[in-house]
Design a protein around this ligand. Structure first.
Ligand code: NAG
Ligand code: NAG
Ligand code: NAG
Ligand code: NAG
Ligand code: NAG
Length: 577
């Protein structure tokens, strides 16, 4: 997480419009039913196969992680003063995450003064009396563990809940990360001795050898600052990768880019050279506040198109070159109080779904014992509420559910690819409600569509195609598919408006969603230039999927009305495709 400018401190004057649309769209889904089945851990070790991370049997494993900070001054995983460790791990699993990117500072393993420090003494030496009392009340058994033992206890608790762990070397000196001049930015900076770093990586990799759930290591978070160089990057990242691999050949090695991990473009010119194969993953970070004022002031279609092109140039291209790319930090104000973040999130979700990337949200923590001088700091980007007892915003978590399971990749099913039509503002997908009505529903219960070369949008089980009648009317399925009222194209700079080829003299007509969650057609909104209006209710992404909802990839069983049930009603239909 970087501080340029500090995300959690920014507020925007008029952010609520999209949130209102989103809330009304989601009224028909009951968020309290948001429960995922805890899936078993994959068969280890993990490795890579082209752009995919796969398990020991060659089946795709998609990392759907949350970042959990354990690198701040006290070097204790956040939240243990608020809830029982086991309860936190259970909640992480129940929100559908299969993985945690757990942060640690180099000093945890190389500073002798931290080696024997207990959790109790570490909290108290910073005067964190309330936090210490909280840990004593909620997790008394960790109070007198050393800092490293407490770190291990967190990993073990996650293991009991079938959650994989990526160990992330976030910083050298414990504390909030990251700024350009904090002396932790690049090899050779004041607090960043490469030899000490290599020693710490080796120790960490060794200590978790044979672990049942530590699957990878992020070698160093957000390299940055005036001293960063490409030569230094290749030299030390390769050495770090080799050190981790020799100490623990079973884990995947994850390399972060330059400029706060926003830039891996240099890999298009020269790849790393390592003595091992099929274990290397790259990571990239993407926040709305990194794209300047574009989200707030620009037209959202143009901002999304431009930011996406930037993302592809900076690292997205690696997927096409056959390398896994782990989007290891992205995040937003989860209550929807930031216009920038709201617009960014819809764009981000569409890209993450289309590219079907591995990812880790910043952040799980709802609060910090202490951050940047403030006690009990509230994390507005936190998936958890301030007291870690529940999701800060369940509807936000609902939007993430769509991208938690893989759409594609080796071994996820035997069925032929089909299209789903994803609506990032709600996190839902288009499906039949009745023969006439189409609605938004959980993507796990999506219909199978085909957006054909002839520009038809065909529902595959019936062969019917999507048709426009008029603005303000329902979009319907019909049998007659060959005139302009059933032809569609993707328009605007975001390419997320699905516009009818039948033009009315009032203007172009786009798919949209009514407040009841039904698919309708309206005049296309703010296609270009205008930065004051928000088109996101008309944003859709057509995504290729081979998800077989009858298979193990089914994660939530929601009845069509959004309530939880244990039956899987779509087995037979999906099998026929
Ligand atoms: C950059 O390197 C120089 C020389 O090693 C060092 O004095 C300086 O503190 C470094 N800059 C930062 C921001 O750490
Ligand atoms: C496009 O994105 C780049 C960064 O990728 C940014 O510098 C530029 O200002 C953006 N332009 C517009 C018009 O949004
Ligand atoms: C769509 O239909 C065409 C034939 O009409 C077929 O070749 C193609 O594979 C189908 N694509 C999807 C994603 O269903
Ligand atoms: C397309 O065909 C349908 C069904 O025959 C008809 O109702 C509609 O008016 C036609 N639309 C156009 C633009 O020709
Ligand atoms: C959802 O549907 C199920 C089965 O049709 C029904 O039992 C349940 O009461 C419905 N729930 C709501 C909230 O409508």
């Amino acid at each position: 997480m970087n501080c340029e400018p500090h995300a959690s401190q920014r507020n925007h004057p008029n952010p609520r419009t999209n949130m209102l649309i989103l809330l009304s769209l989601l009224l028909f889904l009951n968020p309290s039913t948001l429960l995922a089945e805890s899936t078993a851990l994959p068969a280890f070790p993990l490795s890579t196969s082209s752009r995919w991370i796969v398990d020991a049997e060659g089946r795709r494993v998609k990392l759907a992680c949350g970042n959990w900070a354990a690198h701040m001054e006290a070097v204790v995983a956040e939240g243990l003063g608020k809830q029982r460790l086991e309860a936190i791990s259970e909640s992480v699993a129940s929100m559908g995450f299969n993985c945690v990117r757990l942060t640690w500072p180099t000093d945890l393993l190389t500073d002798p003064s931290l080696a024997s420090l207990t959790v109790r003494r570490s909290l108290l030496r910073f005067g964190l009396i309330e936090a210490a009392a909280g840990v004593q009340a909620n997790n008394p058994e960790i109070m007198d563990l050393t800092l490293f033992q407490a770190f291990q206890a967190v990993v073990s608790s996650l293991a009991r809940n079938n959650i994989m762990v990526i160990l992330d070397n976030q910083i050298t000196k414990p504390g909030w990360c990251c700024s350009k001049l904090d002396g932790n930015g690049f090899f050779g900076d004041k607090y960043f001795d490469p030899e000490e770093w290599l020693e710490a990586l080796t120790k960490m990799a060794t200590l978790f050898r044979g672990s049942t759930n530590v699957v990878g290591m992020s070698l160093r978070n957000e390299l940055r600052g005036p001293n960063q160089t490409l030569d230094g990057w290749y030299k030390y990242m390769q050495r770090g990768a080799e050190a981790v691999h020799s100490a623990n050949p079973e884990i995947i090695v994850i390399l972060s880019g330059l400029d706060y991990d926003k830039d891996l473009s240099f890999l298009s010119v020269k790849q790393v050279e390592l003595p091992f194969t099929n274990k290397l993953v790259f990571e990239l970070h993407w926040y709305g506040f990194s794209d300047g004022q574009d989200w707030q002031n620009g037209n959202p279609n143009e901002a999304c198109g431009n930011a996406t092109r930037g993302f592809m140039r900076k690292g997205g291209f690696l997927l096409k070159e056959g390398w896994p790319l782990f989007l290891s930090e992205f995040g937003v104000d989860v209550m929807g109080n930031s216009l920038t973040d709201n617009r960014f999130l819809s764009c981000f979700l569409s890209v993450a779904a289309e590219l079907d990337m591995d990812w880790a949200i910043w952040a799980l923590q709802g609060s910090y014992y202490h951050r940047e001088g403030q006690l009990d700091f509230d994390e507005t980007y936190g998936v958890f509420s301030h007291d870690w007892s529940k999701a800060r915003n369940e509807r936000f978590v609902q939007r993430l559910v769509a991208i938690q399971k893989p759409f594609q990749g080796p071994g996820i099913s035997n069925i032929a690819p089909y299209h789903i039509i994803f609506h990032p503002l709600s996190g839902l997908c288009i499906r039949k409600k009745s023969s006439l009505k189409l609605e938004l529903g959980p993507c796990s219960l999506s219909d199978a569509w085909n957006y054909t070369l002839e520009h038809d949008i065909v529902e595959k089980s019936t062969g019917f195609c999507l048709q426009v009648e008029d603005t303000g009317k329902l979009a319907k399925l019909g049998t007659y598919c060959s005139n302009s009222s059933s032809k569609w194209e993707l328009i605007s700079d975001s390419k997320m408006h699905i516009a009818s080829k039948m033009t009315l003299n009032r203007g172009a007509v786009c798919l949209d969603v009514s407040p009841e969650g039904l698919l309708v057609t309206n005049l296309c909104k703010c296609l270009r230039r205008d930065g004051t209006c928000s088109p996101e209710s008309q944003w859709f992404k057509i995504i290729s999927s081979t998800r077989d909802e009858a298979g193990e990839s089914t994660q939530i069983n929601l009845l069509p009305n959004g309530t939880l049930n244990s039956y899987t009603p779509f087995i037979s239909r999906r099998k026929q495709l």
